[in-house]
Design a protein around this ligand. Structure first.
Ligand code: SOE
Length: 399
């Protein structure tokens, strides 16, 4: 049975966060910062941080600004002094925590990708739809949508500035494990992560391509590749880090893809080319999208995240060319809350914008986006790429 969360003070939103590593830190920064820069209808209260190790959870609470700690998420989701559960753990825990939290009447924010399988994502979406009937909401954390230049790109496409969308090319390039001596971490273990580059970073560019175009990927043809099959086992102190750190002297298997490439056919007939890799030496967090339409093109590179490039094909040839839009004006999405024009924003601001949009949707009793159903659709695309890589054939993404 679900019921709207009880709240001692209806003007607050009491948060319990599961996990306190990299995403726990970014989410904590967002919960702390959002009410200080945006007028929010509910004041987030950083109530509880949950981690398996009491000592580490206590240190995280002190460092990240949480009032209390828990070591068992099952206890956390039942607390009546928590209104929302923020899931910042590896994908193998997303489904059980989210379903339990929703059934306990807690709102949920869940990191991406939604789950490690379509089956899990379907169960989460079903639980979210049941809970929504009682005003309990769920959102999946595709934060790059909330980079101002990306939000502007979506607006320009929606306003028809590119005309009919013809092609999308999307890359997510990293290099943190290009060195074969980089040790194992949970992101390289299929049981914990579900997949490698495909789900970890490929999910982001699938969501971004669909978000900016307003279209859906209907079928894919893809290939997954693992380049390094055996890696050093990290020493205890570095376990869970992205890469680097000391090794224990032992080695273990890599059970996920190092790189994923796929073609996509959108429902509209548009064509997509996607690439997600952790082996692009020199590219640290390069998310690159180019959208080509019948009236022009736009291009974005996260490594120059305050800029959107626009080519207006209706402009006379004499002056036509990609225009570099510095997306730092108060008129641009989210920017007005921050700094004067030209000062720019960073990676962490998108997480703050995520909290702002989530809190405003909850206060208005509206479904925050992206919803779990949106996350399920991305999961279906990922699964279709994995299937296509095995069958060497095009694969539909629909249920
Ligand atoms: C590692 O690839 C990672 O931390 C991803 O898991 C995040 O989603 C991305 O934002 C940055 O890189």
């Amino acid at each position: 049975m679900t019921h709207p969360p009880s709240s001692a003070d209806p003007s607050t939103l009491r948060v319990g966060m599961v996990g306190h590593a990299f995403m726990g830190a970014t989410h904590s920064h967002a919960w702390r910062t959002a009410p200080r820069f945006f007028d929010l209808p509910l004041h987030p209260v950083m109530q509880v941080v949950c981690g398996r190790d009491a000592t580490r959870a206590g240190a995280a609470a002190d460092r990240l600004g949480w009032s209390e700690t828990e070591t068992d998420w099952r206890q956390l989701v039942q607390r009546d002094d928590v209104d929302l559960i923020d899931i910042c753990t590896p994908g193998d825990t997303h489904a059980e925590v989210a379903v339990a939290a929703l059934e306990a009447g807690k709102h949920v924010l869940c990191e991406k990708p939604l789950a490690n399988s379509v089956t899990e994502a379907e169960a989460m979406t079903d639980a979210a739809e049941r809970a929504a009937a009682s005003g309990v909401m769920a959102m999946v954390g595709f934060t790059y949508r909330r980079v101002p230049a990306v939000a502007l790109a979506r607006k320009l496409v929606a306003d028809g500035r590119l005309g009919e969308i013809r092609q999308v090319r999307a890359q997510y390039l990293q290099d943190w494990i290009a060195d074969p001596s980089a040790p194992l971490s949970w992101r390289l273990d299929k049981k914990q992560a579900g997949s490698g580059a495909l789900g970890d970073i490929g999910a982001h560019i699938v969501d971004l391509a669909q978000f900016i175009t307003g279209d859906r990927i209907a079928s894919v043809s893809g290939h997954l590749q693992t380049f390094v099959h055996e890696r050093p086992v990290a020493a205890e102190s570095t376990a869970g880090t992205l890469g680097g750190g000391g090794a224990s002297g032992e080695t273990g298997p890599v059970s996920v893809d190092d790189a994923a490439v796929f073609l996509a056919s959108f429902a509209s007939g548009a064509l997509g080319v996607f690439e997600a890799t952790r082996f692009a030496y020199g590219r640290k967090n390069a998310i690159r999208l180019e959208v080509n339409g019948s009236l022009g093109s736009l291009a974005f590179d996260f490594e120059d995240m305050n800029v959107l490039q626009l080519f207006d094909a209706t402009e006379p040839a004499e002056t036509a060319g990609f225009r570099r839009i510095l997306v730092t004006e108060p008129e641009h999405p989210y920017v007005g809350a921050w700094w004067p024009a030209g000062h720019g924003l960073g990676y962490e601001h998108a997480f703050t914008h995520q909290v702002v949009d989530l809190v405003r949707a909850l206060a208005a009793g509206e479904q925050p986006t992206p919803s779990f159903a949106d996350g399920l659709q991305v999961q279906r695309v990922l699964a279709a790429v994995e299937t296509s890589s095995h069958t060497r054939q095009w694969q539909e993404t629909t249920a």
